[in-house]
Design a protein around this ligand. Structure first.
Ligand code: HSE
Length: 432
């Protein structure tokens, strides 16, 4: 029986978790696979820093070619992140007929179509379970467990940093900045936390799982992206008084023959399963034609949970190398069960709007006149007591409206002299 030889490129946080699992669970994995997984080489630019796992010096290298051109290596695991160097490494590995595993969501969100094509042309696999929701096996569920299903909608909490910040603000009254610092200390946040709080990391993951679920190539530029930086304590407490929590959702939903893809803060009814997803946890709430509603929940970041996903890809590829699984499915089947991706102007949602206005007669009338001009109907309104600086928050919830009408109305309202700050908008999903 042949063994499986693995080379890891990137000895950082996730790399450490994968190496630790491969070393500590060697016998456990051998029993499950029927072959040993040998860690042949580990490559990193920095071989001096202390790591949490001990590796035999002889397998360490700072030359990627020791892995890419090593004829013994079956599987290359790319864990360096970033775009250019990671892409070159993956392409070279695939051209050299090596299977590849990556956790690189940013790279896949841009280059997935060409990279999967490269893998197919070389008759090897490119696996990416760790790129979405860390340890939660959502890619495998979509590709295999739900293979007979057509997906109607997916609502994902896929950024642990944002979910942690919003949970801390909601449950403990922690300030946005303190909660972000905490998330950075705990190691969930990206190197540049703007990637998290401005919604980009969620959009990277959405581009991947939406393509997989709807058989169409969703690119970053197709996604409407809004982060959580405008959400204040006030918004959280208004939402609370109306029975909602605020979460950053990555949404992909089929509307007729079109697909809507967007990332933005969303009001979630407190009784909805997604409302109970707190802290750095991730969750994906699906609706499919056969299973109906389903919730996948677990840790979406961190060294050990992410390593769990990488090791599951190693085992899957190893099984196919060993001939234990007769068929491997294409990574993404582009069979377009939607015709196209919807333009932002055609979205329909409800809106929570937080205006900051001068407190004087007629302000509310001015706002509602503009809304009615654009046929936007108000569901309820609240105005809290006057504040020191004589500015008052006016908070409204609309009924369902079209995005283009809404954004034109909002532009007009925000230009009124009585409105003193850019209004905060949080969408509310009719289906949740
Ligand atoms: N920064 C990401 C998060 C890490 O907060 O979820 C996992 O992709």
């Amino acid at each position: 029986m042949r063994n499986i030889n693995v080379g890891i490129i990137g000895f950082g946080n996730i790399g450490t978790g994968v190496i630790d699992a491969l070393l500590k669970k060697r016998a456990y994995l051998r029993n499950r696979l029927g072959a040993s997984i040998n860690l042949l080489k580990v490559c990193d630019k920095d071989l001096r820093s202390k790591r949490l796992v001990k590796v035999n010096k002889r397998i360490l290298t700072n030359n990627v070619n020791d892995i890419l051109n090593n004829p013994k290596i079956d599987i290359v695991i790319e864990l360096i992140g970033g775009i250019k160097a990671a892409r070159n490494i993956i392409i070279q590995a695939l051209k050299n007929k090596k299977h590849v595993i990556t956790a690189n969501k940013a790279l896949l969100s841009i280059y997935k179509k060409s990279l999967f094509k490269e893998a197919e042309q070389n008759n090897v696999e490119l696996r990416f379970e760790a790129s979405v929701a860390g340890g939660v096996p959502i890619i495998k569920a979509l590709r295999e467990g739900l293979v007979a299903n057509k997906v109607n909608s997916i609502y994902g909490i896929v950024n642990g940093t944002c979910n942690y910040i919003l949970s801390e603000m909601t449950n403990n009254g922690t300030s946005f900045n303190d909660a972000l610092k905490d998330a950075q200390k705990k190691g969930y946040a990206e190197k540049r936390p703007a990637m998290d709080i401005e919604g980009l990391d969620s959009a990277h993951k959405l581009a991947i799982f939406a393509s997989l679920s709807f058989g169409i190539d969703v690119r970053l530029k197709d996604i409407y992206i809004e982060g959580i930086t405008n959400i204040s304590d006030d918004d959280i407490s208004y939402a609370d008084s109306w029975g909602y929590l605020i979460k950053l959702l990555a949404i992909a939903k089929k509307v007729g023959r079109e697909l809507e893809v967007r990332v933005h803060p969303t009001l979630i009814p407190k009784k909805h399963p997604l409302a109970s997803v707190e802290g750095n946890f991730n969750a994906i709430f699906l609706n499919t034609d056969m299973l109906g509603e389903a919730l996948f929940y677990g840790k979406g970041a961190g060294s050990v949970p992410t390593a769990s996903a990488v090791v599951s890809d190693i085992i899957d590829i190893s099984r196919s190398i060993l001939g234990k699984s007769s068929v491997t499915l294409p990574s993404i089947i582009y069979d377009n069960h939607v015709e196209r991706i919807k333009k932002k102007d055609d979205f329909y949602t409800r809106y929570y709007i937080h205006f900051t206005a001068i407190d004087k007669p007629g302000v509310l009338a001015k706002i509602s006149r503009i809304l009615s001009e654009y046929k936007i109907s108000i569901a309820f309104v609240s105005q809290k007591a006057r504040r020191r600086e004589k500015l008052v928050p006016i908070v409204m919830m609309t009924h369902t409206a079209q995005e283009s009408a809404f954004s034109q109305a909002l532009k007009k309202i925000d230009a009124l002299s009585v409105i003193k700050r850019k209004s905060v908008v949080i969408r509310l999903e009719e289906g949740l």
